[in-house]
Design a protein around this ligand. Sequence first.
Ligand code: NAI
Ligand code: MG
Length: 499
Amino acid sequence: MATKQLELHQSVVKFLSNAPKKMLINGQFVQSVSGKTFETINPATGEVITKVYEADKEDIEKAVKAARVAFEGPWKKVPPNQRQMLLLKLADLIEKNAEELAQLETLDNGKPIRESRAVDVPVTADHFRYYAGWATKIHGETIPVSCGNFLTYTLREPVGVVGQIIPWNFPLLMAAWKIAAAVACGNCVVLKPAEQTPLTALRLGELIMEAGFPAGVINICPGFGETAGAALSGHMDVDKVAFTGEYITGRKIIQASAGNLKRVSLELGGKAPNIVFVDGDMEAAVKGCIGSVFFNQGQVCCAGTRLFVENKIYDEFISKVSDRAGKLTLGPGLCEETQMGPLVSSDQLKRVTGYLETGKKEGAKPVCGGDRATDGDLQKGYFVKPTVFANVNNKMKIAQEEIFGPVVSAIPFKDIEDVITQGNDTTYGLSAGIWTKDIKKAHAVAKAIKAGTVWINCYNVFDSAAPFGGYKQSGFGREGGIHALELYTQIKAVWVNLD
Ligand code: NAI
Ligand code: MG
């Protein structure tokens, strides 16, 4: 257990002292129309960090209007190379303020500071840089047609005003995933951060203004799903909504989109099979399994939560994984040694511990962890022990439903056919892992698994250039790489009569 916490950077203290935190609408930090605020909680202690003005329907209305005005006017006049410069400047500012952002993220979300520093913040900066590169390379084509003497060409144009609704597991990084591609393509954005973790998005808003983005191009409105989120996804002047979160919310977003038939893209979580064959590099697979399931306290949509292990090595492998899991250092995210922090909220704690009870009732055996961690100060926060369930079969609830906590369900399998059948026996299809030295087998399984990302002899590897998204009920649309440009642009065909 880690206990000694680092002292907050003075810029974090300064950011928090100016409260309640205001939302970003039309280039200004403003209060909510209603004057209402909500509290954001430190999940390591259960204490209030600060208050934040709460966006509701009227605030979303203002933000969408500002985005529309910016889109039809000033933002259209900004040429691609200036969009690029703005995004590059923002990336530089993120790097310049990296330690502050990392601490703020850890404070609000709970994740280990080492992860905020090594992953969330640098990958965020990289994402803005990557899409800055695209801003000057988005173009149409000329098309040789056979039906007559025409010059036929296409224009690839931005969609317009985009509503973006993000979750709490990677608050800053998800904001970057959403904003960078949309803005590079020339859209204007209204972003609704998750109510559990609004702080880094608001600090990002300050950096966005410091970078020099025109007013209204990026608006950031923290609030709750049923109010601000619903207003945004149902808004008749929003052209597209991009969402990451639970599949049930995804369904609501689709329903809300019907009014003006706005475009929708959804990233909805998963129940990934992580498949270990007897011929895999066992040490690497153990390490990969630990990373796949305990990174970010398991609150990761692509976490390898269904660990399929070939019969012959099942017991040995599970014992190695649970040995290692049991040694993870649990503690507040602000301790340098912490390897696993608290879950994000008391709701999430309830949900995860509920699944731990369900798993035990279903007959699964917790060979490591299995309950809440309450040693010393941990009892104040939302800590759950890293948990490895053995004796799981793929029909159990803990093997079918997304737990979103540090819990892995280990399932034995017989052979390649068996693991493909079981691996695909899920409503989700976001990701998968395969551990084997047999390249034929690796490619055969990669092809057969219905998932948007497959990692072979690695797990949770990301790059701004690679697409990410789901098959089946994990959603549709791909973020990352060139594919995100499809989400945020539309094509116009122009015909010129040359006769
Ligand atoms: P959620 O889907 O309710 O929340 C995600 C975002 O959607 C938040 O910004 C929330 O305010 C917003 N939202 C909620 N209801 C909405 C509505 N009716 N209209 C528009 N926006 C709405 O997810 P929640 O409740 O925070 O977590 C529940 C479970 O969802 C987790 O335990 C996990 O299994 C899954 N989840 C999956 C994520 C992923 O990365 N795919 C991220 C977060 C949660
Ligand atoms: Mg919810």
